[in-house]
Design a protein around this ligand. Structure first.
Ligand code: NCD
Length: 309
């Protein structure tokens, strides 16, 4: 189920993984796979204008949403926080209300607050699509990760998947847990004590917690690495060298996982901090396949939210 926009019951928001059923997720993965096979993408969003509202930096997500929207025939208006009136003291709510009054057909939004997209959706009259919110939500990243795993492993069911690194501050880890918990997946959460997953996930039986890669990687079919998010920390706890020494994924540490384990990372990768160069560029890495799948997942999501069905 895609959440209905309260201000306009005909519009559908795309805010988080929690509000999707397994059938919804399977349908999005299937649509994305079908679009990837397509020689010419049907221009189902011709004539629509989409606003891309990024309050935080982005390379992959912004570009892949824009590519996706344009491939489907939509126009994209990019809004830049650095040149906006947010810097003149306008509140978030007022900014959103004003952008709503301008009247785009949908808004793709990234913001540093966990509930930002949900708050925007209570103001906007047209669909809001979450492109990353604080430490909590990044639904399209979880979907493109799932697509990449399914392409390589055939299914999510039956897999053991390690989530490693700074899990405390990672919206990618949070949305991946939301998604993987809907399937028959065992999750190994591997993080230093100070960067462990938030308490909200402690009740989930599907998650086992570990504090070293050596303990957590045995039996894992997929190793998802996460960036150490210094910008979300009050205090820098590790130097890059100490972090790499204790938690960096080296070839040697990777050998603890299953021999055909996939190595994933949402990017941006800090080379020789989270991942050794020869693992980032090695035969088990599917990092660029994740990036490649981004536009197809985002086309499937945009089509679902805005297409005529
Ligand atoms: C992530 C993000 O911004 O949430 N990257 C991404 O979208 N591909 C992860 C990160 O910033 O580390």
């Amino acid at each position: 189920m895609i959440e209905k926009n309260k201000n306009n019951p005909l519009a559908s928001n795309f805010l988080d993984i929690e509000s999707l059923s397994v059938q919804d997720i399977d349908a999005i993965l299937e649509k994305a796979a079908q679009l990837k096979e397509e020689k010419s993408i049907p221009r189902t969003l011709e004539g629509k204008i989409i606003l891309a509202l990024f309050f935080e930096n982005s390379t992959r997500t912004r570009t892949s949403f824009e590519l996706a929207a344009k491939r489907l025939g939509a126009d994209v208006v990019n809004w830049n926080v650095n040149t906006s009136s947010v810097n003149k003291g306008e509140t978030f709510e007022d900014t959103i209300a004003n952008l709503n009054a301008l009247g785009a057909e949908a808004t793709i939004m990234r913001h540093y607050d966990d509930d930002s997209a949900h708050r925007a959706a209570t103001i906007m009259h047209t669909p809001v699509i979450n492109a990353g919110a604080g430490k909590r939500h990044h639904p399209t990243q979880a979907l493109l990760d799932a697509m990449t795993i399914v392409e390589r492993k055939g299914s999510l069911n039956g897999l053991t998947i390690a989530l490693c690194g700074d899990l405390k501050h990672s919206r990618v880890a949070a949305s991946n847990i939301d998604l993987l918990s809907k399937y028959d997946v065992k999750i190994h959460a591997i993080a230093p004590q100070e960067l462990k997953l938030a308490k909200d996930y402690e009740h989930l039986d599907s998650i086992k917690h570990f504090s070293t890669l050596e303990e957590g990687l045995p039996g894992c079919d997929v190793v998802m690495m996460h960036r150490i998010q210094k910008e979300r920390m009050d205090q820098i706890l590790y130097s890059d060298t100490t972090y790499f020494k204790d938690y960096g994924l080296t070839k040697d540490r990777l050998s603890y996982a299953s021999p055909d384990a996939l190595v994933m990372h949402p990017g941006p990768v800090n080379r020789q901090v989270e991942l050794a160069d020869d693992v980032t560029d090695g035969p088990q890495s599917v990092i660029l396949e994740q990036v490649k799948n981004g536009p197809f997942i985002r086309m499937a999501v945009l089509d679902r939210v805005l297409g005529d069905h």
